[in-house]
Design a protein around this ligand. Structure first.
Ligand SMILES: Cc1cc2nc3c(=O)[nH]c(=O)nc-3n(C[C@H](O)[C@H](O)[C@H](O)COP(=O)(O)O)c2cc1C
Length: 366
């Protein structure tokens, strides 16, 4: 029998005939309308324990798809092990003018310059509070308003407000679409930001519990900058890092040359090599102080495995879902289980980072 979820998953790539942002809106609405079916239970081999949380499987929905926490439960029912909502800012924000989302079809890539369009903290908090009893791992990705006079204070406010309903936080300092935001990755600014964010988390710990704080970085950092970022992240004792956000770079291999000139962050298949290299570079610097979430261009089980072997304990997807459909989640999980069975391994943890050192010795991805 064809289930509604299967039909929806199959039809997702068909939405590519529409304007990309209309298609995205329709996908969110469709997800909200799906009947609540229980997800298939995950193979216990896929279970991951990271930052004190038990993930049923390592495949997460990346930030930016469900910015306003409208479809988190539907996504969990599709088999994601976790969902990251946001980026949320304290005040509602319209984002940049449309068009601001572009498909590079032949490259299986996306360029976006959305600019943190979101409903704002109050509305998103209400939605998360009303689904909190349902459980599942729902992380909250936080950012500063474009016109904020004090960006650090924005992050602190969001930590205090969302701690009771967030499974974890991702501090997003790597979106290329809010002018100056990525400057927060500079060591002395990042140190101050993380100190205040972790302080805020500690202040609300009594009432909200211990909410892990992750840091999401750009794939465009130089290795010297990465040295500093990892040093600060370790000294401020963050719980993990998400590697990576979209790139402002444009690989010379892109076929959609015209579209590639659009301003914004590039994601999807052409990001895979750079983002995977950054996972490996981060992994060797972190020295197992905390786990990494690998994201960028994961469009198959093989790509998921490469990201994990580069150093990711968990992975996230966004752009490849637009080209492959939501069935990609099950495909990746099945491939990971087959690989574990074939190689006689009990858990994914046994292969995390297996290729990291070798990858860092390769030529820089062009
Ligand atoms: C349309 C779009 C919007 C995004 N919005 C956000 C966002 O609000 N916050 C964030 O941290 N990342 C955002 N991202 C980045 C993704 O979370 C992810 O890091 C990046 O797209 C690389 O993964 P992918 O190749 O699987 O898409 C966005 C990506 C896309 C394509």
């Amino acid at each position: 029998m064809i289930r509604a979820v299967d039909l929806f998953s199959f039809s997702l790539p068909l939405l590519r005939w529409l304007d990309p942002e209309d298609a995205h809106r329709l996908a969110i609405q469709g997800l909200k309308l799906l009947p609540p079916v229980r997800p298939r239970a995950d193979d216990p081999k896929l279970a991951v324990r990271a930052f004190g949380l038990n993930f049923p499987n390592p495949v997460g929905m990346a930030a930016g798809f469900d910015k306003n926490a409208e479809a988190a439960d539907a996504l969990l029912r599709f088999g994601f092990g976790f969902v990251e909502i946001g980026t949320v800012t304290p005040k509602p924000q319209a984002g940049n003018e449309r068009p601001r989302l572009f498909r590079l079809e032949r490259d299986e890539a996306i360029i976006n310059r959305m600019g943190f369009n979101n409903d704002g903290a109050d509305a998103v908090l209400r939605r998360l509070a009303s689904r909190a009893h349902l459980g599942g791992i729902v992380g909250v990705n936080i950012g500063a308003n474009k016109d904020s006079p004090d960006r650090v204070a924005d992050y602190v406010k969001l930590i205090e407000a969302f701690a009771p309903v967030a499974s974890y936080f991702t501090v997003n300092v790597s979106s290329p679409n809010t002018p100056g935001l990525r400057n927060l990755q500079q060591a002395h600014i990042l140190d101050d930001l993380l100190a205040k964010v972790i302080d805020a988390r500690e202040r609300v710990r009594e009432t909200a519990g211990d909410t892990p704080v992750l840091l999401k970085i750009a794939p465009d950092l130089s290795l010297a900058e990465l040295d500093e970022v990892v040093h600060v992240a370790r000294s401020r004792r963050v719980d993990g890092m998400v590697v990576a956000n979209t790139t402002v770079g444009r690989p010379s291999t892109l076929r959609e040359a015209e579209r590639a000139r659009e301003q914004g962050g590039l994601s999807g298949r052409p990001l895979f090599r750079l983002a995977t290299r950054m996972v490996a570079e981060t992994y060797v610097r972190v020295e197992s102080a905390f786990p990494l979430v690998g994201v960028g261009g994961i469009d198959s089980g093989g790509a998921a495995l490469m990201k994990i072997r580069a150093g990711a304990s968990l992975i996230q997807l966004y752009s490849p879902l637009i080209y492959k459909g939501l069935g990609l989640v099950e495909d990746i999980k099945n491939d990971l289980v087959s690989t574990l069975l074939r190689t006689g391994r009990e858990h994914l943890a046994e292969i995390v980072g297996a290729d990291a050192a070798a990858l860092t010795a390769e030529d820089w991805p062009g």
